[in-house]
Ligand binder design. Structure first.
Ligand SMILES: [Zn+2]
Length: 150
């Protein structure tokens, strides 16, 4: 990620498109397809999955175009890029967030977790580093029970 990228939160597909325009990025049909798919699926997908899904939807886009658009969008901080041992995954949430990883299904769920101030102070005291941001990776298996705050 480039340090100069604007990573203020993007809250909708429209926001994402507006950000591209504000950055002077060309908004090709293919670029819109990629953004639309990420916002609609709300999942973390590989370039290969994005290519397959778009073509299943009848949206014509080549491999190279998918890769180039994902690179450009993540470099500008418009989409999320997750580095995994088996490759990169892309998501629609561009702001800082945590992940819950299901070990069985390899599903990654976005979650916003706020750590208690005491805990952050403890980390700072132990390391001498002022914490300005954090992302937590949780790992586990499905319990079947989901309660979503609304
Ligand atoms: Zn994510």
């Amino acid at each position: 990620m480039q340090p100069s990228a604007d990573i203020s939160p993007i809250e909708s597909l429209e926001d994402a498109i507006a950000r591209c325009q504000a950055l002077g990025m060309r908004l090709s049909r293919q670029r819109r397809y990629v953004l639309e798919l990420l916002w609609q699926s709300q999942e973390h997908l590989s370039a290969r999955e994005i290519y397959d899904r778009l073509n299943q939807l009848g949206r014509e886009i080549g491999h190279t175009s998918v890769y180039q658009n994902l690179e450009a969008l993540s470099e500008q901080g418009i989409i999320e890029c997750v580095e995994r041992a088996d490759g990169r995954l892309y998501g629609h949430v561009n702001s800082s967030h945590s992940h819950v990883n299901c070990i069985d299904t390899h599903q990654i769920i976005d979650i916003n977790i706020e750590l208690p101030a005491e805990l952050l102070q403890q980390v700072e005291a132990q390391t001498g580093i002022k914490i300005s941001d954090y992302r937590i990776d949780f790992f586990g298996t499905k319990t079947g029970e989901v309660t979503r705050p609304s």
